[in-house]
Structures are given as structure tokens and as C-alpha cells.
Ligand binder design. Structure first.
Ligand SMILES: Nc1ncnc2c1ncn2[C@@H]1O[C@H](COP(=O)(O)OP(=O)(O)O)[C@@H](O)[C@H]1O
Ligand SMILES: [Mg+2]
Length: 146
């Protein structure tokens, strides 16, 4: 378990980028945190680290956005609007969890039954203003200290 204090959007993006650069195998990154804590901004950094050239936008309405990284695909899911497993299957999410690539999941409690790959758990807490506390489980990184 590692805990980070991120005092700006830039710091959140930098940490996401570092995580993205370190990924070499398929993984599910489960992000837990209230609306506006920075899940999508962290994913922007992660995409940079994976070598995605496109601009990341929130999949709030699309539910699933897919990007091509340097070596791996990035599946970015926002499951907030899904009401049940049937809707998740209709949105094509079951296949995503068996596919090769990095899955980032916002609001994914409903979807845990589909997980087959390794999971990294990230919990974000809003500390007020531009400060966020981020707790990451399943990823060990010694190069980032805060
Ligand atoms: N340290 C920080 N890290 C991430 N976002 C921050 C931070 N400080 C302020 N913010 C702001 O919080 C909001 C986070 O939005 P977003 O990434 O869409 O959150 P979520 O996807 O969790 O709903 C943005 O408006 C961003 O500018
Ligand atoms: Mg979001």
C-alpha cells in the first residue's frame, strides 16, 4: 500500500503518467472516489504514460472509451450510469475485462464479477482545495516520493 498527497492537478497527472509508464501487463485499475476527486484527470496522466496520443475525455455518457497506447490498449470506463449487470453487458463491458490491455474503471463496484486480470486499487479522498489523498494498492513504486 502506498499513500500520496497530491496538491495540484499536475501532480495527479504526473503520478498517473508514472503508473502508466510502469505497466507491462494487462491490468484493471479500479478507481474509487467521489465525483470531482480526480479519477478522470489521473487517467489523463495514465494515458500519457501508456503513449496514448489522443486527448482523454470523460466516458460519462459513452460509458466506454478505447485508446491505442504505445504497446497496450487503454479501456476507460465510467460505470456511474449503469444500473445493473445487464446494462454493463449491453455496453460490451464483459469482453473488455477479458481483453488484453489496461482497464481504468470509475464507479465499478457492479462490475467486479467480470474481473480476470490483475487489479490495482486506487482510493482518492478530497482533502479540500486542490489537495487529494491517493491510496494505491497493488502497485509498488520506489521512484515517486512525496
Ligand atoms: N490535486 C488534484 N487532482 C485532481 N484534480 C484536481 C486536483 N485539484 C483540483 N482538481 C480538480 O478536481 C476536478 C477533478 O475532476 P475529474 O478528474 O473529472 O474527477 P472525477 O473523474 O473523479 O469525477 C477537476 O476540476 C480538477 O481541476
Ligand atoms: Mg470521471
Amino acid at each position: 500500500m502506498a499513500k500520496y498527497i497530491l496538491n495540484s492537478v499536475d501532480e495527479t497527472i504526473k503520478l498517473g503518467e508514472l503508473l502508466g509508464k510502469s505497466l507491462t501487463e494487462s491490468v484493471i485499475i479500479r478507481m474509487d472516489g467521489e465525483m470531482g476527486t480526480g479519477k478522470t484527470h489521473f487517467t489523463k496522466g495514465l494515458a500519457l504514460g501508456l503513449g496514448v496520443r489522443e486527448e482523454i475525455t470523460s466516458p460519462t455518457f459513452s460509458i466506454l472509451n478505447i485508446y491505442e497506447g504505445r504497446n497496450m490498449k487503454l479501456f476507460h470506463i465510467d460505470a456511474y450510469r449503469l444500473k445493473n449487470i445487464e446494462e454493463a453487458i449491453d455496453a460490451g463491458l464483459a469482453e473488455v475485462f477479458n481483453d488484453d490491455g489496461v482497464v481504468v474503471l470509475e464507479w465499478g463496484d457492479l462490475l467486479s464479477p467480470f474481473f480476470e486480470n490483475k487489479v490495482i486499487d486506487i482510493k482518492i479522498n478530497d482533502l479540500g482545495d486542490n489537495s487529494r489523498e491517493m491510496i494505491i494498492e497493488g502497485w509498488n513504486d520506489d521512484s515517486f516520493r512525496n
